[in-house]
Design a protein around this ligand. Structure first.
Ligand SMILES: [Zn+2]
Length: 191
């Protein structure tokens, strides 16, 4: 995609030239020309990207869509209130967006591998389930072989019988892991 913007509405819109002085237009032009964009510009764009209700990787302006998809990465930001996915150019711009929303950052992870698993984790809808699996199982997130489900209750995707490995449980569902660990310990105590 070499064009700066694409029209995304059916009705007539002002000519693309009318956007020439906007931050988004100029930044997109610079990026297409292989130029770097300023740190402040990145922050402004990341803010606009993550707060507009129409697109996640583009900025809507007067019926024009200015896409930055090719330069964005997903950042997984853990805050005391949960996990947020932020589209950003880099870590500083992702951090800026979250802190500008008034949130403290517990951890921040860039996509690669991790991010895909994070998406997968959400799709799988992991829940605690009673089980009694004692054989080797493959983790639905990382594919690793493990026997972690050798406890009364363990973490499984809602619609699957493949238990998560401990590493993935620690990474993606620490609260739930803590809960099932406590539950299993309690059961052990009672027996
Ligand atoms: Zn795993």
């Amino acid at each position: 995609m070499r064009e700066i913007a694409t029209k995304f509405v059916d009705w007539e819109v002002p000519p693309i030239e009318s956007l020439k002085n906007t931050v988004a237009y100029r930044a997109k032009k610079d990026l297409l020309d292989g130029k770097k964009i300023h740190r402040k510009t990145k922050k402004d764009l990341v803010f606009a990207l993550n707060t507009n209700s129409r697109f996640k990787d583009a900025i809507p302006l007067s019926g024009w869509k200015i896409s930055f998809a090719a330069w964005l990465k997903d950042f997984f930001v853990r805050t005391p209130y949960g996990m947020e996915i932020v589209k950003a150019f880099d870590k500083p711009s992702a951090k800026y967006f979250i802190t500008s929303q008034g949130f403290k950052i517990t951890s921040i992870t860039e996509e690669d591998g991790d991010g895909i698993s994070q998406k997968k984790y959400r799709e799988l809808q992991v829940v605690p389930k009673a089980n009694g699996i004692i054989s080797d199982e493959t983790c639905p997130l990382c594919g690793g072989q493990h026997r972690e489900a050798k406890v009364p209750v363990w973490l499984f995707p809602k619609k699957s019988k493949r238990p998560l490995c401990r590493a993935c449980a620690e990474k993606y569902a620490p609260e739930m892991l803590q809960f099932v660990s406590g539950y299993n310990a309690l059961l052990k105590e009672k027996s």
